[in-house]
Ligand binder design. Structure first.
Ligand SMILES: *Cc1c(COP(=O)(O)O)cnc(C)c1O
Length: 374
């Protein structure tokens, strides 16, 4: 039935985000118990939420009749102390995805251009299209960001450039020096959004938070999240760091209670959970070794990753994804990113990783023999 009213015309061509498939959905479809299925599709923390965060949430349950602190005073204070910056340079988001959308509201009109890299995070093109702006996609270099080419793509109409470091879905990184020279070279009329969702997985990240928060770099915003290293993806909480004047503008746009009370309590506690963070890093490092070793043995091309997931070239990615799913392992097909021969695997627990590798072996060799048979 056609709707009797007019929708915003941008909706006609708006790409739809394709999330990793939830375990319960696949369980219903395959008629399998959910416990038999593993999901390595959304770069979630395989160790679960921070235990300290869980305890803090339990304590908060009985006061859920009250609205949360709309300004998240304690969480901002704690983040500020931890990062050595002023709380006024922080905005919290319902996931860092909300920060990306706030940037759209604050900066983009149909006249604007947004510069991204080929193989960028899918949310950047969606937000760009939502505000009717023009997406300028710069070809990747070795699957990673070609920062020089991105710089060259900036025009007087450019309002925003997104750089995820490490990048999702490729896991590629640029060095702190390269990142700094890029940020230095971007003209001041362009906002650089540095997405640091996986920064905790790299050894020596560039730290721009001090210069950004003191207003020395008014056109840079750093985005971070509790979804990955802290294992709180289901709670939806992330944050942005920028010059206080920029933060004030973004604060006007957000919903008054965008961060719920459980998320505030959990994030506050998670920031003290160094043990969980360390375990997560260690588990990830070991898992990454296991996968790269297995891919070499299977002669499968992969892209060395600095994050908690890895891209591997399997031939027909959509088919391998479907075959693996039948065997209870959910990974991420990459055709939507223009990487149809690849799948992305999130690093899991040792047990999950072993199972995933076994299932991958089966599916890849099945497909190879079937193709040889014609
Ligand atoms: C996972 C991810 C995020 C985090 O999103 P949240 O909304 O905080 O869960 C942000 N950027 C990239 C590139 C990601 O892969």
């Amino acid at each position: 039935m056609p709707l009797p009213f007019q929708l915003n015309p941008v909706l006609e061509r708006l790409p739809v985000y394709q999330p990793g498939r939830p375990i319960e959905e696949v369980a219903r479809e395959l008629n399998l118990p959910a416990a038999d299925i593993i999901k390595l599709a959304s770069n979630e923390n395989p160790l679960g939420p921070s235990p300290k965060a869980l305890a803090a949430m339990r304590k908060t349950l009985s006061s859920l009749n009250l609205y949360p602190d709309g300004n998240a005073f304690y969480l901002k204070q704690k983040l500020a102390t931890k990062l050595g910056i002023t709380p006024g340079a922080i905005i919290l988001g319902n996931g860092s995805n909300e920060i990306i959308e706030l940037l759209g509201h604050a900066l983009l009109t149909p006249e604007s251009e947004v510069v991204v890299s080929q193989y960028c995070f899918a949310v950047y093109p969606i937000v760009t299209a939502l505000f009717g702006a023009k997406l300028v996609t710069v070809p990747a270099k070795n699957y990673g960001h070609d920062l020089d080419a991105m710089l060259a793509a900036i025009t007087p109409k450019t309002r925003l450039v997104f750089v995820a470091n490490p990048n999702n879905p490729t896991g590629t990184v640029v060095s702190p020096d390269e990142l700094r020279s890029f940020v230095n070279a971007v003209p001041p009329h362009v906002v650089v959004a540095l997405d640091k969702a996986y920064v905790e997985f790299i050894e020596l990240p560039a730290d721009l938070s001090h210069e950004v928060s003191t207003g020395l770099r008014p056109n840079v915003i750093l985005m971070r999240t509790f979804s990955k290293i802290y294992g709180l993806a289901g709670l939806r909480i992330g944050y942005g760091i920028a010059a206080p004047e920029f933060i004030t503008a973004l604060e006007k746009i957000r919903q008054p209670f965008n961060i719920n009370a459980l998320a505030q309590a959990a994030a506050l506690a998670a920031l003290d959970d160094d043990k969980h963070v360390e375990n997560t890093r260690r588990t990830n490092k070991r898992g990454m070794k296991l996968y790269t070793k297995a891919f070499k043995e299977l002669s499968l091309e992969f892209i060395p990753s600095a994050a908690n997931f890895i891209l591997v070239r399997v031939g027909d990615g959509t088919r391998v994804f479907a075959e693996m799913q039948k065997l209870g392992v959910i990974v991420r097909p990459m055709a939507g990113y223009g990487l149809g021969e690849w799948i992305r695997i999130s690093i899991g627990t040792p047990k999950e990783n072993h199972r995933c590798i076994e299932v991958l072996k089966t599916c890849v060799s099945d497909l190879q023999s079937r193709n040889i048979d014609g």
